[in-house]
Write a protein that binds this ligand. Structure first.
Ligand code: ADP
Ligand code: MG
Length: 618
């Protein structure tokens, strides 16, 4: 551990790079660092306040933003302007979440497509990346205030089950908040690091990490060997957590006191107060045997026994998930050498007890469960900042590697700081009917538009047999071997046509060049992400115009005069918005055209199905 000198005149830390660890949670987020004097990880907090920042964003009428406890108080009174659980939306399309659309009390655009979700507040549109960046910005500002030094570098944690798109979205959010995200690490890995697991390279063991948070539950089985964490399996329930415990208490009180829904639940502020009381009671029962409270003359009592009965089924269902995780990893309880408890809800004694009984051992619960992930992220940050710098440069990709996609966007396949050897693959498709070839342009760098990055190679995958746009399945794979040589291979999966190329990404690139490219990406992060959002909105809009046109050509006769006129007007408005380069306008006009065409598209589809069915009748 390098010591960090402090400037006595200003009180600021004299170290050019303070790398923080960030737990960007669904319910709460927080920042941790390694204390410069003690070398121990600590969470950052102001005096007399909690380190936990509720992951909630409130927008007022003028789109001014507050984050954290201040935002939480608007949850029930201004649900449309108060965004919670943004993490659930990261990297998701509307189709991914539509079954759960009623969970969110704010407006998620129902565009019924595979493109990424957007949230509407007032007349502004936000992506989950924007929302997460607001939380990260707040965390950054708090950290800078406490440390009295700029904070520009971070390690951010994500759930082990996050896919590529969700991890990339988290990186983008960091970048947008002005943070250089050195690495994204798994939450269970971070938690294990806090318990000192995996730090000694000789260590070799299999552990379970049980994480019960505010609204989500997940369990991961990890193998730790030679300082590497391998996720053997994950399981869980993305809609189960401490909030559900609070709800059972609310229901219990309502029943016990004969409180009717009308009296209590129609009133927003009462509803909010009752929920907060329930949470208070729950926390109280984590240490004491009973709770007594009052709210507007209603007595709110509950004993630990009563509470335990209420939540027993909830805990039981998490144990079922643990069972499945073991099964998927082809292991039994006897193979698990340690169990790590994570998440505020594991403070509930019955949870610890049942989980311990299930795994037949004493669980690790000595580190504060709602801080354990952030603390581990700080340890990882310290390893990255630390003395192994040579090793670090040898072992990882210093810049991201990716491809050019529609509109000149950079699509990253291998993010920077990925350990090598590494591989990644993604599928793409053709944009035009009968397209015979696909140009594959490989770039290196952190900017969002390929024109700002470094071009490494280009080739054309030719000989794709004629098929309609969107039918071809071209898989592009990146493989970096231990010597840092990148092989890019493209294969059309339906026909088997393939081609590949080899490049040396680091060729002719000095450390100073790399540093400059990184700095540029931070400098331009805001503009870059705005440009990307605009290009994506325009691409989506153009796609919609194209499909609508195609649809009209085939089905115009089935549409009423009014539908035709409305559609033409909406198409024209969207066309205009595209030329004006205004993202919000493009999105709202896309939404309008969608709203107009959806009813008749569905009607015609239903008719077509009905006709097809009729034909089949005997
Ligand atoms: P997330 O990882 O989803 O952001 P956290 O790990 O911060 O969530 O967990 C938040 C949950 O932990 C909330 O439901 C909160 O009520 C619960 N919690 C916090 N402290 C306690 C406690 N002392 N006893 C029981 N539950 C608690
Ligand atoms: Mg968490």
């Amino acid at each position: 551990m390098a010591k960090i000198p402090i400037n006595i005149a200003t009180g600021s830390l004299q170290k050019d790079e303070m790398i923080v660890g960030i737990d960007l949670g669904t319910t709460n987020s927080l920042v941790a660092i390694i204390h410069p004097d003690t070398g121990k990880p600590i969470v950052l907090k102001e005096h007399n306040s909690s380190a936990l920042v509720p992951s909630i964003i409130h927008f007022d009428k003028n789109a001014n933003i507050v984050v954290g406890d201040e935002a939480k108080q608007f949850l029930i009174s201004e649900p449309q302007q108060t965004i919670f659980s943004a993490k659930r939306l990261m990297g998701k399309s509307y189709n991914d979440i539509k079954q759960r659309a009623d969970f969110f009390s704010y407006k998620i655009l129902d565009d019924d497509t595979e493109s990424l979700v957007k949230i509407q507040v007032g007349n502004k549109f936000y992506s989950p990346v924007d929302l997460s960046s607001f939380i990260l910005k707040e965390l950054k500002a708090r950290a800078e205030h406490i440390l009295k030094t700029p904070v520009n570098k971070a390690v951010i944690t994500v759930p082990a089950y996050f896919n590529d798109a969700q991890r990339q979205a988290t990186r983008d959010a960091g970048k947008l908040a002005g943070l250089d995200v050195l690495r994204i690490i798994n939450e269970p890995t971070a938690a294990s690091l806090s318990y000192g697991m995996g730090i000694n390279k000789e260590e070799n063991k299999i552990i379970a990490v049980y994480d019960l948070g505010g609204g989500t539950f997940d369990v991961s089985i990890l193998r730790i060997a030679g300082g590497i964490f391998d996720v053997l399996s994950t399981n869980g329930n993305t809609y189960l957590g401490g909030d559900d415990m609070d709800k059972t208490i609310v229901d219990f009180w309502m029943k016990k006191n004969g409180m009717t829904g009308e009296e209590w639940l129609l009133h927003d502020s009462l509803k909010q107060q009752l929920r907060l009381k329930a949470e208070e009671a729950k926390k109280h029962l984590s240490v004491l045997d009973s709770y007594t409270g009052v709210l507007h003359n209603a007595e709110l009592n509950i004993t630990k026994n009563e509470f335990n009965q209420l939540i027993a089924p909830l805990i039981e269902s998490t144990l079922q998930n643990c069972k499945s995780a073991l099964k998927d990893a082809e292991l039994t309880v006897n193979d698990i050498e340690a169990v790590v408890m994570v998440g505020g809800s594991t403070r509930v004694p019955l949870v610890k007890e049942k989980v311990g009984a299930f795994f037949d051992q004493k669980v690790n619960d000595t580190v504060n469960p709602d801080e354990v992930v952030a603390l581990g992220a700080a340890i990882q940050a310290d390893i990255l900042a630390g003395n192994n710098r040579d090793l670090l440069l040898l072992d990882i990709t210093p810049l991201s590697l990716g491809l050019e996609t529609s509109g000149g966007l950079m699509d990253v396949l291998i993010p920077r700081n990925t350990k090598i050897p590494a591989k990644a693959a993604r599928q793409y498709t053709t944009q035009v009917d009968g397209q015979p070839g696909m140009r594959i342009s490989v770039y290196q760098g952190e900017r969002d538009m390929v024109k700002d990055n470094r071009k490494l190679a280009e080739f054309i995958l030719s000989g794709i047999p004629g098929m309609p746009a969107g039918m071809a399945k071209v898989e592009i794979a990146f493989l970096i071997n231990a010597d840092g040589i990148l092989t890019v291979a493209a294969k059309e999966l339906r026909s088997g046509v393939q081609q590949s190329i080899e490049v040396k990404p680091q060729y002719g690139l000095t450390d100073t060049d790399v540093e400059k490219m990184l700095q540029d990406s931070l400098l331009h992060a805001k503009d870059d992400i705005a440009t990307r959002a605009l290009v994506e909105a325009k691409t989506e809009a153009e796609q919609l115009l194209k499909t609508t046109e195609g649809f009209l050509q085939k089905n115009a006769s089935a549409l009423s005069q009014q539908e035709l006129l409305q559609t033409a007007a909406a198409m024209q408005a969207l066309q205009l918005a595209i030329t004006m380069d205004d993202k919000n306008l493009v999105q709202s006009k896309t939404e309008e055209l969608n709203n107009i065409s959806r009813p008749y598209a569905e009607r015609i589809m239903d008719d077509a199905i009905a006709t097809a069915m009729k034909g089949k009748k005997l």
